[in-house]
Design a protein around this ligand. Structure first.
Ligand SMILES: [Zn+2]
Length: 116
């Protein structure tokens, strides 16, 4: 699974650990939303990109170093794109095009609005 502007990391213990954190967030999301299987890749994105999603196609790519401090927010943002095809919304702290600093609670509250 590949996408432009993103270099997938090869799996090793370190990468596996980070990927595990992303999967854990997806599991948490699955407790409140009926989500399909989501394909995840972790690695390095070009420019200021934190994550990439294939709209409505259940595939996400997460830049692990740039997302380290706000991983929950980035993963929930990409899930909204990937699963429900949600577009950017500058009024929404979670779905604005540029990541804002928000609390985990705010991220979850925003995410809940999009659950279908
Ligand atoms: Zn986005």
């Amino acid at each position: 699974m590949k996408t432009k502007n993103f270099k997938n990391f090869k799996m090793n213990n370190e990468v596996y650990k980070i990927r595990r954190q992303v999967i854990d967030i997806i599991y948490q999301a699955k407790k409140i939303a009926d989500l399909p299987r989501i394909d995840v890749r972790v690695g390095e994105a070009r420019h200021n990109i934190l994550g990439i999603a294939q709209m409505g196609d259940c595939k996400i790519w997460i830049d692990v170093s740039k997302s380290a401090t706000n991983l929950l927010q980035v993963v929930l943002h990409e899930i909204c794109h990937a699963v429900w095809g949600i577009e950017h919304d500058e009024e929404c702290p979670l779905m604005s095009a540029t990541a804002k600093t928000i609390s985990d609670k705010t991220a979850w509250d925003c995410f809940k609005k999009y659950i279908k």
